[in-house]
Design a binder for this molecule. Structure first.
Ligand SMILES: NC(=O)c1ccc[n+]([C@@H]2O[C@H](COP(=O)([O-])OP(=O)(O)OC[C@H]3O[C@@H](n4cnc5c(N)ncnc54)[C@H](OP(=O)(O)O)[C@@H]3O)[C@@H](O)[C@H]2O)c1
Length: 243
């Protein structure tokens, strides 16, 4: 049976790895026929990931979307429903971070971070949830962060947004548990992705890689529907690498 999986921020980093791991499972897991709906703001990234997914035998579609823009988030949901009729899984992965000392952060940094991490994630979830509620099945992943529970000096606004996402996770659990929808909060530590920009080699060596995160996510999706992995906390073996 076809399973419709929306992945936001699928063009790079962790989101790309999640898309590829779902695509690989299409070739190995009997009966798993995903249609991967890949969303981000950069069409060329999405087209490249979509081609990789198809090379593993999965169907993939791309919908260029800025989740911070309500009209575009609405269009992601309505277009998916028009094309495929339902949504089985939403991976709320799209996120941004501006990492600076407290005194250097600007109002624009604040608005930019909150627009994607909080507003975008909230309204997309709000639009998708009724589809799952009505059919009494579905799975929503939130890629928050260990910064949803622990503050770091260089990430005050980012941490505020991630603590906020954790609030949304907890609120969604209250709704989801009444209608058989699974909610998984994924809290990674440092993962080497484009989000970090230039990273010194010594630091790269201790950081995790995107498929260290995507593997457990796809495994959580494949557990029996009666079972919900509520949290995945995944850190570099040396622990947190920044303050
Ligand atoms: N890397 C880490 O160490 C780490 C650790 C814990 C949690 N996380 C979280 O994991 C998620 C993915 O991070 P990453 O490290 O993979 O980041 P990344 O490499 O920068 O990739 C982020 C993806 O999200 C997309 N995106 C950003 N803003 C968007 C928006 N408004 N609408 C749609 N797509 C948007 C980006 O594409 P466009 O720019 O083309 O839109 C890109 O495809 C984020 O939520 C991040 O906070 C990361």
């Amino acid at each position: 049976m076809k399973q419709i999986i929306i992945i936001t921020g699928a063009g790079k980093g962790i989101g790309r790895a999640i898309a590829l791991d779902f695509a690989k499972a299409a070739g190995t897991k009997k009966g798993f026929e995903p249609i991967l709906v890949l969303a981000s703001r950069t069409l060329s990234d999405l087209e490249a990931v979509s081609a990789e997914c198809r090379s593993f035998g999965a169907e993939a579609d791309v919908i260029e979307t800025d989740i911070a823009d309500m009209a575009q988030a609405d269009r992601l949901v309505s277009t998916t429903l028009e094309r495929y009729g339902t949504i089985d899984c939403l991976v709320n992965n799209a996120g941004v971070g501006r990492f600076k000392a407290l005194s250097e952060l600007t109002e624009e940094d604040y608005e930019y971070t909150m627009a994607t991490n909080l507003k975008g994630t909230f309204f997309l979830t709000q639009r998708v949830f009724p589809v799952m509620e009505a059919k009494r099945s579905g799975h929503i992943f939130f890629i928050t962060s260990i910064a949803a529970e622990t503050a770091f000096k260089s990430s005050s606004i980012y941490s505020m947004s991630k603590f906020g996402q954790k609030g949304l996770v907890e609120a969604m659990r209250l709704y989801a548990k009444t209608c058989n929808v699974r909610i998984t909060n994924v809290m990674p530590g440092a993962v080497y992705t484009p989000m970090w920009g230039e990273v010194p080699e010594a630091m790269q060596c201790v950081m995790m890689r995107p498929d260290d995160i995507s593997g457990p996510i796809v495994n959580a999706y494949f557990l029996p529907g009666r079972t919900s992995v509520e949290e995945l906390v995944i850190r570099p073996v040396c622990g947190d690498i920044n303050e």
